[in-house]
Design a protein around this ligand. Sequence first.
Ligand SMILES: Cc1ncc(COP(=O)(O)O)c(C=O)c1O
Length: 391
Amino acid sequence: MNDQPHKLRFLRAALDQRIEEGRLRDLRAYEADLNAPFVRLNNRKLINFCSNDYLGLSTHPEVIERSVSYTQKYGAGSGASRLVSGTLTIHEQLEEKLADSFGVEAVLLFNSGFQANISLLPALADRNSLILADRKSHNSLLQGALLSNAELKRFWHNDYDHLEDLLRKSNKKDYNRIWIVSETVFSMDGDQSDIDKLIQLANQYGALLYSDDAHALGVLGPKGLGLNYQKEGITLGLGTFGKAFGSFGAFIGCSKTMKEYLINFCSGFIYTTALPPGVIGAVDAALGLIPRMETERTTLLENVQYLKASLSNLGYNPGASESQIIPVVIGSEKETVDLSNYLETKGFWASAIRPPTVEKGASRIRLTLTAKHTRSQIDDLISAFTEWKNR
Ligand SMILES: Cc1ncc(COP(=O)(O)O)c(C=O)c1O
């Protein structure tokens, strides 16, 4: 089929290099049932400590029931992109409900957080713009910034003196607009940005603010509605449905004019089939449940404190985490993979995160706690870390 195999030698070479560096990634298929946090992996029952289903909503009966009933009522697919004939009334109703719940002027659905992040900045910035992004911003945000052709400068992680310095210097140049880009909860470290400070700097220097709330949503902020919630001065706030919402997709909160503009100019919104009814149903149900899950959130956040303190007492470094994402920074790729494998032998799924997802020397086990974990499961995990430490 391919008469020029030498042209594809780079594939094997790149993979071999990844193997040599201890950074090869592979996919692991598991069997799910409705009994989170348990999964079956390689025919073994494991407790999943690396899922972003923070509230366990992916298996919540109401979420499943509404997803099924929407599918039965409206079909398995939406049939076209939103602008052609893919906008069902349920898409618009969900957008209105989200805008109402989050207290924003308008909401626009996207098919995933990645798709939103990679296509929003190219629609909102150009070669005459400046993007100032936190160094630890998610890959999708950085890819979007690169695609926009704007000048991209990355400020040191959560270092607002550095950001202000860059803003001050930028005033001397004639940018058409300046975007500040950050996350509320950083996906690999679980620490938080200071959203009030970001808003203040954006206001002070006439910049626009894009804040990705993917990991706070459902867990943090009033009623679990995230850390962007009720903050005046965010130009564009992103939320995702694949994490605490338990299903799939994303949305942005913005002004009505911004929404109208994006419907006309954002390729990641325009050139893709609209989210299917089953997803809309699941999100609709999750949206109703999340504000009512205060008890689950309290327990989850107590468990976070407990696990973080226990890991620190053992001499592990959970970094500056202030959320359900708890990194256990090990350093070397090999040791991190060995620890992940060891945890698996003890009945826990806790995957190793290595460069290029994190910087060199910062390989880690990224633990995530969910409302489904019990204190005794967490104690068992801590025992496994203790045994590894004392081996
Ligand atoms: C901060 C952040 N933004 C966006 C995304 C992408 O969202 P999605 O999984 O919906 O594509 C992720 C997920 O990995 C993320 O961590």
